[in-house]
Design a protein around this ligand. Structure first.
Ligand code: ING
Length: 308
């Protein structure tokens, strides 16, 4: 038995005008609740400190950079690090990262139980577009405001297991899980902000989006025999709805905990990392079953090329 009592800390909407300090107070309340339930690790959503600002078309770099953190931790979030350390609780959350040399990433971090940052991941699969698109009912300008991540899909030994991270759209791409699976990952932490309606296809609403959310996360967990925790920023931000549906999925691909609301909501589950072993030693024993001599197109070809 290698137990991690896991807290998925779903957050409700953050309005554009909401200050980081108010958001951090909401995150601290969730952390207190998690402590009360003996959690070892708390996972917050993507871009947990601010509204989902890539929905807004901005042209002034100064205005854009107001949504980014120049250092981590910083004064606004230090209370989170201090309280997590006092609780001996590891934590993960997403934020917009502006590096000293001027690069912009959609980033997630992982701390150990002492509040030290031991892992950083920068979102690789950036959805949406980079210029204003009048055809869309709402903008999704992640390709405008972020660069693709440059750190790959690393994993870290922490809390007695092997932990990796991904961000939002990454969860829809099997490569995300597989690259970590090939490093033995046992638990993947994923935050997301997912609009409730497809900006290009109004008929695709929350039911379909929640279905795709479950489908992607359950497949990733099952096909790599690992735990996956997916944590939403949910609800209506300045008139733009986002799905909830935060969940904890076991290495068999089963949902063991799922959010019921679109508000701040804590999901707790005692995860045994040893539950990953049977899948890794049998059906998904990669070493025994994979045939990489046939997989070349996966890394040599970006877009699909149909036969003539
Ligand atoms: N949000 C959405 C996500 O991948 C999206 C964007 C939704 C893309 C549905 C494709 C389909 O969940 C972020 N932030 O990636």
């Amino acid at each position: 038995m290698r137990m991690i009592t896991l807290a998925a800390a779903q957050m409700g909407p953050i309005q554009r005008a909401e200050e980081r300090e108010i958001v951090v107070r909401r995150m601290l309340a969730l952390m207190d609740e998690a402590k009360g339930k003996g959690c070892d690790l708390i996972v917050y959503p993507e871009l947990a400190l601010t509204t989902f600002f890539p929905r807004w078309y901005m042209t002034d770099p100064t205005e854009v950079d107001r949504w980014f953190e120049r250092e981590m931790p910083n004064d606004a979030v230090r209370p989170l690090f201090e309280r997590a350390a006092s609780y001996r609780m590891a934590m993960s959350f997403g934020y917009a990262e502006l590096t000293p040399d001027g690069h912009h990433y959609n980033t997630a971090i992982l701390t150990d139980r002492s509040g030290k940052i031991i892992g950083k991941y920068r979102k690789i699969h950036l959805p949406g577009h980079s210029e204003f698109d009048p055809e869309r009912t709402h903008q999704h300008l992640e390709k405008r405001y972020f660069e693709p991540g440059d750190l790959g899909f690393p994993v870290w030994r922490e809390l007695g297991g092997i932990i990796g991270m991904a961000v939002c759209n990454d969860r829809r791409w099997p490569e995300t899980y597989r690259v970590m699976g090939l490093q033995g990952v046992e638990m993947v932490l994923i935050g997301y902000n997912t609009p409730s309606v497809n900006a290009q296809k109004g008929a695709e609403g929350p039911e379909k989006r929640l279905f795709h959310n479950r489908l992607s996360v359950q497949a990733g967990a099952y096909q790599n025999a690992c735990w996956v925790v997916a944590v939403a920023k949910a609800g209506n931000e300045d008139g733009f709805p986002m799905i909830g549906g935060s969940m904890i999925v076991n290495p068999d691909g089963e949902i063991v905990a799922e959010a019921k609301t679109e508000h701040d909501e804590l999901l707790i589950h005692a995860c045994d990392l040893d539950d990953t072993l049977f899948g890794k030693q049998t059906i998904f024993d990669f070493a025994r079953h994979r045939r990489i001599e046939h997989y070349g197109l996966i890394t040599s070809r970006t877009g699909a090329i149909p036969p003539p």
